[in-house]
Design a protein around this ligand. Sequence first.
Ligand code: MG
Length: 207
Amino acid sequence: MKADRREYAQNTRGFLPPDEGDVLYEAASRLEVQGPLLEVGSYCGKSAVYLGTAAEEQGRILYALDHHRGSEENQAGWEHHEPDLIDSATGKLDTLPIFRRVIHDAGLEHVVVAIVGDSVNVAKHWETPLAFLFIDGGHGVQPARDDYSWWVPKVKQDGFLAIHDVFPDPKDGGRPPYECIYLPAMQSGNWVEEIAQGSLRILRRIS
Ligand code: MG
């Protein structure tokens, strides 16, 4: 990844640590199957800069899916709440303006396509097979289960599934991404783990 883009990505707002961003970019850069990338949970666009850069270099596109109203943990009173993201007109969280600015300033508007909507709602109507899926959406049990059951089957053979906030040890963080996405994927026998970096896991579909 070019140094200026990498530095830009690191300085954008969000919760993806730099080492995990690097791994995300590197994994997406060595895809051998055709198809687009899709991330569930874009927030302010940090991961989209890493994945969008890989997409750009390979002539792919990244679909960046988010309702931009924040997950449970972003709401008032929760751990990752950022009050300045509230739209005063609606009283609701709105990360879309920041996301758009970040993608614009990164020079990635030609490869990063924002999809604003609910994950399941979009997935129900989504028919394009994916080369790469990054799940960093809602961290509650039901959103994690939904993202697993609705999105994971859409990844092609040899495609990658990246999962963020995987904490096998409960004292490190919430369990749904581990229990409802990572474990079912591994237990299905359809995936092998390629990389583990921090709370990021990258799996490859083998069947
Ligand atoms: Mg995350």
